[in-house]
Design a binder for this molecule. Structure first.
Ligand code: SF4
Length: 396
């Protein structure tokens, strides 16, 4: 008779996420949308969104993340990545309501960076980020204890990706670290290593192991062996004190469920399917995919590269499908062929939770004077998270 072995992984809140039901106190995402949503089949949704937005006028500012659906992007006053959007909101102090069409951690960042009189609304509280959920405040505090035990906490600087909860950003600020985006991760790592004795200095990179590894190896010239992966579901992260002491970069075991799907097979298959294609991927992809690609960079880099590409060129893009489709349409009449890197559909399911019915509901509620789904970061968390964000702005 075989005895069932305990699973190596903890139960995740993913089922709740997929169902869009119930509260998960350990998750950065919230609860099911409490509102009375219009039916998706309502043929008047577009007019209703327009009317509510017109009624609100300058009081509302709608932010649309690059990965949002077209039906939502149509109502965005500005589009961009999460950090750009948060700053755009801060630059609009007259906008009392910031409607963030993105995911939960982005709305938190907007709340941190905007003034106290601006209220940030997330049209669906179930729009979280699976990557951000892979690092909870308790797990990261436990990790810091492990580093302290190993005698390396005082030579370790936390560097946290923008795609993390406000709690993790606050942890980063408390411990003298910085936030980074996929555009400035190299500068953030160089800054962190310059904070102490070169040979001893270490970085704890949270929560995306792939961005951390790709930046350390591709941009800073480290070896894969300089990086170790801390698994929060294993005692001591699954690492010995000696392994921690020998490492230069301690990568948190988190990843993006969208970008993590691209594989070497995707790259090989698209090169065969589209002869002469340039493969351009986001650094949240796995290291072997990044190594096999022709170009690697943030969402803004991807857009800039396609903008500058000559007519007749062909591009396979490894990032979220909503964005790739929009780019394919945008460049079609410039004779630039843009295809998705993988054959299978690859949307960010949580981003897609924000749809037109949720947006209409949020805008109409605001127009009636009711603030729904407000995202508010507590003052203590905000203070330290802001420190880490300000450190990012001060990166050399
Ligand atoms: S694309 Fe990835 S990192 Fe971005 S919100 Fe979705 S799961 Fe999170």
């Amino acid at each position: 008779m075989t005895t069932a072995q305990p699973l190596d992984v903890q139960p995740t809140p993913l089922a709740l996420l997929l169902l869009g039901r119930a509260a998960d106190p350990k998750s950065e995402r919230g609860v099911e949308c409490p509102g009375d949503l219009p039916a998706p089949s309502d043929p008047h949704l577009v007019e209703r969104a327009r009317a509510a937005k017109a009624k609100l006028g300058d009081k509302v500012f709608v932010l649309g993340h690059h990965y949002q659906r077209d039906e939502v992007i149509e109502f965005a006053d500005v589009t961009g990545d999460s950090f750009k959007l948060a700053r755009d909101a801060a630059d609009r102090p007259e906008a009392e309501y910031i409607v963030f069409c993105g995911v939960h951690f982005m709305a938190e960042s907007a709340d941190i960076l905007t003034s106290g009189r601006q209220q940030v609304v997330l049209p669906d509280l179930a729009a979280g980020c699976s990557m951000a959920d892979m690092a909870s405040a308790e797990q990261v505090a436990e990790c810091w204890d492990v580093l302290t035990e190993a005698g390396i906490a005082d030579v370790t600087v936390p560097v946290s990706y923008m795609n993390s909860s406000a709690d993790i950003k606050a942890f980063t600020g408390r411990h003298g670290g910085t936030i980074c985006t996929s555009s400035n991760a190299e500068r953030a790592l160089r800054w962190a290593f310059a904070q102490g004795d070169g040979a001893q200095q270490k970085v704890l990179f949270l929560p995306d192991q792939h961005l951390g590894r790709n930046t350390a190896v591709r941009d800073l010239g480290m070896s894969l062996g300089d990086c170790v992966v801390y698994n929060p579901h294993k005692p001591n992260g699954g690492l010995t004190a000696a392994q921690l002491r020998d490492a230069r970069v301690i990568l948190w075991r988190g990843h993006c469920s969208v970008h993590g799907r691209f594989s070497l097979d995707s790259v090989a298959e698209v090169r065969e399917r589209v002869p002469g294609v340039n493969v351009l991927v986001h650094p949240e992809c796995r290291n072997e995919v990044v190594e096999a690609a022709d170009y690697v960079g943030s969402t803004e880099y991807i857009i800039r590269t396609l903008d500058a590409a000559p007519a007749g060129s062909k591009w396979a893009i490894g990032t979220e499908l909503n964005l790739v489709r929009r780019l394919a349409n945008r460049y079609a009449d410039q004779d630039k062929e843009v295809v998705f890197l993988d054959r299978t559909v690859c949307f960010c399911s949580t981003m897609n939770r924000i749809d037109l019915p949720h947006l209409v509901w949020a805008l109409e509620s605001l127009a009636e004077g009711t603030v729904v789904n407000r995202i508010e970061v507590d003052k203590e968390t905000e203070k330290f998270a802001k420190l880490a964000l300000e450190q990012m702005l001060a990166l050399p």
